[in-house]
Design a protein around this ligand. Sequence first.
Ligand code: ARG
Length: 605
Amino acid sequence: MKKLTDILEQRISGAIRKVTGQDLPAMVRVSTEPKFGDYQANGVMAAAKHAKMNPRQLAEKIVGELKIDDLCETPEIAGPGFINLRLKEELLAERLLAMNTDPDRLGIDKTDSPKTVVVDYSGPNIAKQMHVGHLRSTIIGDCIARLYDFEGHTVIRQNHIGDWGTQFGMLCALFDERLLEMSKEGNFSSTEEIMGELEGFYIKAKKRFDEDEKFANTARYAVAGLHSGDGPWRTYWESIVKESKKHYIEIYSKLSVTLEDKDVRGESFYNDKLPDIVETLKQKGLAVESDGAMCVFPPGFQNKDGDPLPFIIQKSDGAFLYATTDLAALQFRIRDLHANKIIYVTDARQAQHFQMLFAVAKMADWTESNVAESSSFGSEPEKSVQLEHVTFGTMLGTDGKPFKTRTGGTVKLKDLLEEAVQRAQSVVEEKNPDLPVDQKAEIAKAVGIGAVKYADYSNNRNSDFVFSFDKMLAMEGNTAPYMQYAYARIKSIERKAAGKDVDIESELSGVKTLAFTDEAETDLAKMLIRYDQAIAAAANECRPNYLTAYLYDLAQAFSRFYNVCPVLKADAAQRPVRLLLCDLTARTIKHGLGELLGITVVEQM
Ligand code: ARG
């Protein structure tokens, strides 16, 4: 099914074209209040300005031209020229039935202008344990990738891990030292045993580097060896990277994050491309020497004193930087991955880096290719690759300060997730002590991990976000447990039905027409058919909170319905309709949580 808002938009903007002779948007939105109908067109006032007409009169003419009675009751004009639309029940019925027959996509069409979208997210700096700083990028990025996937785009996930740079010299040096010790002792252990808890290995290497001149020299020597490929250093580096990867792959799997090994294209991948990047920018006359370093000065960027701000791509000692690697990555994604759009998900502190990166890429003309083939109704075909930096705020503790352990250290993700599951375990224990142990553990895992993810998703990503176990595990409010419970509650209705010999499947497949007898049914139906828009809005603006807000509204509409409309005790004529509303609500919640947010639902809570 096409999105209802798109259909309404098309019809009304068609009528605007007939009346004014101009292509102007109808701006159809979900109404803010039920008294204004279900949807409203907000574009008439702006159109009137364009056409130099009186807005109310224009609205009347548009309504006169409009053929929409297959979808809506007679449109109403309100205020200075809003057009209010109320959906016909037949339309609701038709849409619900279409959702019912399409279990995978709930009747939602794929985009008719698919693009290749690169989503760059997570990007931990390996050889250290993943800490909370990477949690937000990992889970927000994952939702964005899932949303674009679902819309029918070709999504290429890229995990731009920090796996290169001088710190790897000291890690290799320590690794070398350990191997030597072991060969003296005559017993060899695995990389895992050598490196132990990653954090400890890193801290030890750093300490040795700072305190021991001889060690520091070996580390520098190792860096040179890493670059040239001489000596054993690359092999050591490979072992170190492989060991670290195990650690974060484990976290991804705990979080149900879709990143895989094939998505890893770390900084090291671009290493041999960096001299070329600098050369190209020099040849284009964009990179110039400044205080011995090679810099690009994109227009419009200034420091505090009003001087042009450099985007440094090579230091005076010849070393390349984060910026150089990002330029190489950007070029690779456009040239080799054929990206039409690249989305970077990092915290807001990197905003200037990405603004400058995008500006330099544009100066170099790298973005003027890969034009998307077709375009959907009403939108201009894109002329260049879209670059987008999706930012998010800082994670704060309940004290309002950046999130730290009680002793002031950075919080390791692994510990955090374990604590979430533990706390969820006691919630389950309290609510449902009699369930089998295995089932309680499974629920605790779904609820604990789900709570951490959902709390982040439901927050406006640009705001700083207070991490509170108590809040995220609350059964009331817009939380994972509330949503998971809403789902489980519908499942329990279905279980009860089976106990009463009601065959839901045959009742549902028998539904060919729908008639509503209660306003709460119609309200729930209207909410259900809005799922496609919630997805589109969340994808367009890369805002998972639009999706969670929708799911919460849906769960509440369900609650209101269930409070006034008996389902299993309804009379034979109305029961299939109500069962269908229950089932579609459950399926929508399951799809939203499971497929788009990667949060497990449980049948019982
Ligand atoms: N490793 C970086 C960090 O921890 C994030 C990488 C983001 N992606 C990129 N293409 N720069 O800050």
